[in-house]
Design a protein around this ligand. Structure first.
Ligand code: ATP
Length: 235
């Protein structure tokens, strides 16, 4: 579904991504592990069309999408749920969700169906549908951000550090929900520093350091890899 070939991204003289090769097959849940500043967000923003690669190619759903605008990428089905949630905090929960459905100019009935699907997945959002997004707890805001991304009916959902700042119990719930979203047919690319939780739900993973992929493998192999355990799991 997604294939990056030798993707390089520069900000001025600084090379933020160096010849990155990465693939995600349809139906997979793939995790991207890396410390702060490794290049995870840059990679997502490049797939989303916000950053333009200096070199390399990006294929999505069978065609090159290099140079596509961000709104084109959302229409194609590559939807990013950004780190830090980036909600419209003064708007209600329901208004935030509706914003996520805008891209398809769908009929009211379809929008209503999508809303119901999101509310089924996150009953708390239904309960709080008229509350301002900014009044929600951290975990609820993350659910809203994921719900808003789902409203765009993604083929590929890119989740940037969904566990950041959340209590351990909420993190566990969040990862269960992400796995459920994947099981119900959405391909997921997940950027995380929480390797322990992420590798438990992922099929495969990539480790990115200083803008380069340094390791890749299936989740079990990565989970038992000494270097990964030392750097990300702490065992
Ligand atoms: P974090 O979890 O902290 O967001 P990350 O792995 O997502 O980490 P990136 O945000 O992708 O890391 O940043 C990778 C590197 O690129 C960092 O050194 C960052 O300072 C740099 N960088 C990112 N965006 C820009 C930009 N627009 N201009 C210049 N440098 C940038």
């Amino acid at each position: 579904m997604l294939k990056l070939t030798d993707v390089t991204v520069r900000f001025g003289a600084f090379e933020a991504l160096s010849r990155v090769n990465l693939e995600v097959q349809e139906g997979e849940l793939v995790v991207l592990l890396g410390a702060n500043g490794a290049g995870k967000s840059t990679l997502f923003n490049t797939i989303s069309g916000l950053n333009k690669p200096a070199a390399g190619d990006i294929e999505f759903a069978g065609k090159s999408v290099k140079g596509n605008s961000p709104d084109r990428m959302v229409k194609e089905g590559a939807v990013q749920c950004a780190e830090g949630r980036k909600l419209f905090s003064a708007m209600s929960v329901q208004q935030n969700l509706k914003m996520g459905g805008f891209v398809h100019r769908r009929k009211k009935a379809q929008l209503k169906d999508s809303l119901e699907e999101v509310y089924d997945l996150f009953p708390i959002l239904h309960e709080k549908r008229d509350n301002a997004a900014g009044s929600l707890s951290g975990g609820q805001q993350q659910m809203l951000a994921i719900g808003r991304a789902l409203m765009a009916k993604p083929k590929l959902m890119m989740l940037d550090e969904p566990s950041i700042g959340l209590a351990p119990l909420i993190v566990e719930q969040m990862f269960t929900i992400i796995k459920d979203i994947n099981k119900s047919g959405t391909t997921v690319l997940l950027a995380e520093q929480n390797a322990n939780a992420a590798l438990k739900i992922a099929d495969r993973g990539y480790v990115i350091e200083n803008g380069s992929v340094v390791l890749e493998g299936n989740s079990t192999d990565l989970f038992t890899n000494d270097a990964i355990r030392k750097a990300y799991i702490g065992a």
